[in-house]
Design a binder for this molecule. Structure first.
Ligand SMILES: C[S@@+](CC[C@H](N)C(=O)[O-])C[C@H]1O[C@@H](n2cnc3c(N)ncnc32)[C@H](O)[C@@H]1O
Length: 302
């Protein structure tokens, strides 16, 4: 488990409040940091279905989980109907989605997620399918690239960075994380008083684009209303303001229909102690929704 720290662990446990016998669907299993703790609280017979796009994450988590109570599935939560066919379970007491990438994915240079580790420009969470970042940069036009950097990276230098990347790409195809970082640094030199590296936002933007993260989240949100059993809880941890806005809106719509309520009136943020211990938690916001018990619903169509 080197390098992995589950984010907002205490807050996840407090707000999901797992109880013995409850069943958990973890849609972003990662290294099972949250799931291991939740499983302890749902013992002796609460089951876990753990989903991840990343086959390596599933292999490593399998070693940490009690085999008899666990089913692990490789898949994309953006394809929920297909996943549900494989899972064969109707609804869940507890559902967790801890979005984005895991620390082990970022720290493994070969995966190509980070400019801090040289490696091939890949960035796919599921390395068995889809286009790599290098392939994407080889075909994308400057306007589209600037849009991605602006929207998903929220970088005010998006146009300048996009132009520099396309220029560098024409001289020689960008195939490594260090090559891409250098092209970005040529466009936006690093300032001594800036704590964030100029390549940070562009790398985040490309990762979101390559993995179709916003589309997957929207698919999940469109279908999450019927994932929960009566009384069941759903926690979503997001790391980008666009994601959090989508979650907030989807939860609001479900509550308006009368079947759900908020467990967390405001998004939950990490405390000072966690921020110091785990700086990667700094952008997280968690929202938790509860499906009302069957005898307690106010919707007109009940
Ligand atoms: C932040 S990590 C989860 C960490 C986990 N909660 C833990 O404590 O170990 C996010 C994980 O979700 C996976 N993931 C991201 N988007 C996904 C998607 N659409 N479908 C399935 N898994 C996804 C990533 O591969 C990564 O392993």
């Amino acid at each position: 488990m080197a390098g992995h720290v589950p984010v907002l662990l205490d807050e996840v446990l407090d707000s999901l409040a797992p109880a013995p016998g409850e069943h958990l669907l973890d849609l972003t299993l990662g290294r099972a940091g949250h799931s291991v703790e939740i499983l302890q609280r749902t013992s002796p017979d609460g089951r876990l279905v753990g989903v991840d796009r990343d086959p390596v994450a599933l292999q490593e988590s399998a070693q940490r989980l009690p085999e008899e109570r666990v089913l692990l599935i490789q898949g994309d939560f953006g394809h929920l109907p297909e996943l549900r066919e494989k899972i064969g379970h109707e609804t869940w007491d507890l559902v967790l989605a801890d979005l984005g990438v895991s620390s082990p994915q970022i720290d493994e240079g070969e995966r190509g997620f980070s400019f801090r580790h040289d490696g091939p420009l890949d960035m796919r969470m599921d390395p068995t399918t889809g286009e790599t970042a290098a392939e994407s940069l080889a075909r994308i036009d400057e306007g589209e690239l600037a849009r991605i950097i602006h929207e998903y990276g929220e970088d005010r230098h998006s146009r300048r960075i996009a132009a520099a990347i396309i220029r560098a790409q024409k001289i020689s195809p960008l195939e490594t994380t260090s090559g891409l970082a250098k092209a970005i640094l040529d466009a936006v030199p690093r300032k001594a008083d800036h704590h964030i590296h100029p390549a940070t936002r562009t790398f985040q933007a490309l990762r979101i684009e390559i993995n179709r993260e916003m589309t997957a989240l929207q698919h999940l949100l469109d279908r999450c209303g019927n994932l929960l059993s009566p009384g069941g809880r759903l926690a979503i941890l997001s790391y980008h303001s666009l994601e959090d806005r989508k979650v907030k809106q989807a939860f609001r719509d479900l509550i308006r229909e009368g079947d759900h309520e908020l467990v967390t009136p405001k998004p939950v943020r990490p405390g000072q102690e966690e921020l110091l211990r785990n700086p990667r938690s700094r952008s997280v916001r968690m929202r938790v929704l509860r499906r009302l018990p069957a005898d307690n619903r106010g919707g007109a169509n009940r």
